[in-house]
Design a protein. Structure first.
Length: 461
């Protein structure tokens, strides 16, 4: 299975978390946009005019002035010099490839935006021109203009011509000049819907990344694809998944196991051990009972061997008190299964746990279990064993004696390392894995009820 499919399964399993993160991000962005309200941007324009320089050179110089204005240090000095508050946003840019410098101020009102743009443009102009000696030039120009006005008042054409030539000859290179100190104010829309949409998309992406990270570090079996990827086994049945109760839950479980009653590598005649990690003990026992009962309903004689002596008993109290597996394994000499297997009068046979509770290491020897299964196959087409967890010594003995083993894994509960350890233990014991039954919502897995009958009669070979 591809890594992409594994990540998709992790995202799919946590879609609620992802959706919640996306909604929270969108709601936060929408609220922030509405609280911020509308803003306004005022503009003022300055320019550079040179008679002896190419226009593109003036553009480069204008860009340099804009960069100078945008520097935080120099902008703070200019801001303080004209008293512009810190909550007013300031920016300088040039107009395309021209020597025009736009000073922009963004504020909460039109008046504040316009006034701030004008003041900052004047401050930049004066700061640059003063650094270039512009004050002395301006004083010289002012004096010549006064002389020009006096000459014009008396009609002295020769003096007027001379003064104009002097004024034109004064260089203004590199200096900023006013183009339009009040170039207008524009309203900035809040774009609340667009911001909320972008936040929703970002939140969903963040949630997806979080879901993948949780799946990676949690390291649990979350889907059939992960079973195939990590255990290299087929998932033969998926049990559960919907929250049901009573007869509906029972029918759903039997329907999911229906495929296992048909030829599917089943060792018929023979024996099949139902096992798994220790954490799946309850689910494993219910799957074993359900599979045996379902085969019996279809008319296939099936023997259920309850070999997990430490699990909680299910079904009828009559079976719980009868002789069974433990009693057979505790006998010495020529053991017989007579009186330790019981029938409901139809196709279901059950070998209950029994009453003996000797040392498990003494009870579960390979020869004892093999003899039990050999006699069981003489009574039924298939012996289904509710085996102990395969990591235990007794579980390995039972699985090694069985023809095939079926692993039960709980989706979202079984850790990958536990499932892998169970498979490795089965391999060490010499058992053969048929496949995996994946249990969803293990807490909702109900007792199939096949052992709840009150009439059980002993069976003899």
């Amino acid at each position: 299975m591809s890594p992409l499919q594994i990540q998709w399964d992790r995202i799919r399993r946590r879609w609620v978390l992802i959706l919640v993160i996306g909604i929270v991000a969108a709601a936060g962005s929408l609220g922030a946009s509405l609280l911020q309200g509308s803003t306004y941007t005022g503009r003022a324009a300055l320019t550079i005019v040179s008679q002896d320089r190419a226009p593109e050179q003036d553009t480069v110089l204008a860009q340099g002035y804009a960069d100078y204005f945008n520097q935080p240090s120099s902008q703070e000095v200019l801001r303080r010099s004209v008293g512009i508050p810190s909550d007013v946003g300031l920016n300088a840019r040039i107009a395309a490839a021209s020597p025009i410098v736009y000073i922009e101020a963004t504020a909460d009102s039109r008046e504040a935006a316009s006034d701030s743009a004008t003041k900052m443009a004047v401050a930049l102009r004066d700061d640059v021109n003063a650094s270039l000696g512009g004050d002395a030039q301006q004083r010289q120009i002012d004096a010549l203009n006064q002389q020009l006005l006096a000459a014009q008042s008396v009609g002295n054409d020769a003096e007027i011509s001379r003064l104009r030539e002097q004024i034109n000859d004064i260089p203004s290179t590199n200096q900023l000049q006013d183009l339009q100190l009040n170039a207008g104010v524009a309203a900035n829309p809040t774009n609340a819907a667009r911001n909320a949409g972008a936040a929703l998309v970002g939140g969903l992406l963040l949630g997806a990344l979080l879901a993948m990270a949780l799946g990676r570090f949690e390291n649990r079996i979350m889907s059939s694809n992960e079973v195939r990827d990590r255990l290299d086994l087929r998932v033969l049945a998926v049990v559960g998944g919907r929250r049901r109760s009573g007869e509906d839950a029972r029918n759903e479980m039997l329907r999911a196991l229906m495929g296992l009653t048909n030829p599917h590598g089943m060792p018929t005649p023979g024996s099949l051990a139902i096992t798994g990690p220790t954490t799946t003990r309850a689910s494993k026992s219910r799957v074993a009972v359900a599979l045996a009962g379902l085969r019996a309903l279809q008319g296939q004689t099936t023997l259920l061997v309850q070999a997990d002596l430490e699990t909680e008993p299910t079904g009828a109290t009559e079976l719980s008190s009868m002789s069974g597996v433990a009693d057979f394994l505790a006998e010495r000499g020529d053991r017989r299964i007579d009186g330790k297997v019981f029938s409901n009068g139809r196709a279901l046979l059950v070998a209950p746990r029994g009453s003996k509770r000797d040392d498990l290491f003494a009870l579960f020897s390979r020869s004892h279990v093999s003899r039990l299964l050999q006699q069981g196959t003489m009574l039924a087409d298939l012996v289904i064993i509710d085996a102990p967890p395969v990591e235990s010594v007794e579980g390995q003995v039972v699985c090694s004696a069985a023809d095939r083993s079926l692993l039960v894994v709980e989706e979202g509960e079984t850790r990958s390392r536990d499932a892998s350890a169970a498979l490795e233990a089965l391999a060490r014991a010499g058992g053969t894995a048929l496949g995996v039954v994946l249990v969803r919502n293990p807490g909702q897995l109900t007792d199939p009820g096949f052992l709840a009958e009150r009439s059980w009669s002993p069976v003899r070979l």
